[in-house]
Ligand binder design. Structure first.
Ligand code: AMP
Length: 281
């Protein structure tokens, strides 16, 4: 497994694989890897002859009051997690390697980024789309793998690839959870023991919603207030948003009469966690 920090070296390796006719799968990450990331690597490994994992905590997608400085990092552990999955190349550039002093070009997807996390994190998806486009151009993969955990990100990337005719197949992968249901996340490492216990309320609210839906409930207002009530019982939790939106437009819906994404963001102490589920009509 190669660990590379420069764009030129990645290009050389990619060219050699391409000359051999080998297919390439890309898994973009911010590191501090867990089984969620590894499930993406496993899918990439299954579909492609070569797998590239990128590890880059992208400053452009963090707001000024967000956790860029404290975001967890452990490259040595990440190397082992990648090695274990048979990854061929890790690209872990510095911020200077990705953004030179005169950098001034951006990729913006409109509409889909107005909802959900886009509303709460201005500029976030501009940063994501810009860095993902750069990583696509640097690694030129056949396929790229993204988690359903970041449902809006997946929808935005799919839109971007379609709109800009980027010749890469985007593969969405299911959410990997802890045994109590908490979605795995690098940010779970911020949680104290008590917060970790409280954090299960996100998943519990999803389970409650699914139980109500199974019993025939279709009113968003009714399901939403039950979810809110459950989370508000947890004193360490503070809801940032819970929204039901049409899966393709990400516009709010009031009834579950079409494919619907229910996405939520909840602060557990100072840590902002996200989760979601999809209702298929
Ligand atoms: P991150 O390092 O948090 O930027 O995540 C990198 C990729 O891994 C994104 O496509 C995420 O959606 C995906 N991912 C993160 N956590 C999970 C999870 N629990 N299950 C599935 N995919 C995940």
């Amino acid at each position: 497994m190669k660990v590379i920090t420069t764009i030129d070296e990645v290009r050389d390796q990619v060219k050699a694989w391409r000359n051999n006719g080998e297919s390439i799968g890309l898994v973009p990450t911010m590191g501090y890897l867990h089984e969620g990331h590894q499930s993406l690597m496993a899918s990439a490994k299954k579909d492609n002859q070569r797998v590239i994992v990128t590890i880059f905590v992208n400053p452009m997608q963090f707001g000024p009051k967000e956790d860029l400085a404290s975001y967890p990092r452990d490259l040595e552990r990440d190397k082992k997690a990648c090695q274990q999955m048979g990854v061929d190349l890790i690209f872990c550039p510095s911020a200077d390697e990705m953004y030179d002093a005169n950098f001034n070009s951006y990729v913006n997807v409109n509409g889909l980024t107005d909802a959900l996390c886009g509303k709460k994190r201005p500029g976030h998806f501009k940063g994501v789309c810009t860095v993902v486009t750069k990583l696509f151009n640097i690694t030129q993969p056949d396929r790229a793998y993204f988690g359903q955990k970041d449902a809006q990100q997946l929808a935005v990337i799919q839109r971007m690839v379609q709109d800009l005719n980027i010749p890469i197949e985007i593969i969405g992968c299911p959410i990997v959870r802890e045994s109590d249901g908490l979605a795995k996340s690098s940010r779970n490492s911020y949680l104290t023991d008590n917060e970790r216990k409280a954090a299960v309320c996100l998943y519990q609210s999803i389970e409650l919603a699914n139980t109500m839906i199974a019993q025939g409930e279709r009113s968003v207002a009714t399901i939403l207030s039950a979810m809110q009530l459950l989370i508000e019982q947890q004193s360490l939790a503070k809801i940032d948003y819970i929204e039901f939106v049409d899966l393709s437009s990400l516009k709010p819906v009031s009834q579950l009469t079409q494919d619907t994404l229910c996405a939520l963001a909840v602060y557990i102490g100072k840590t902002r966690l996200i989760d979601n589920f999809i209702y298929h009509h």
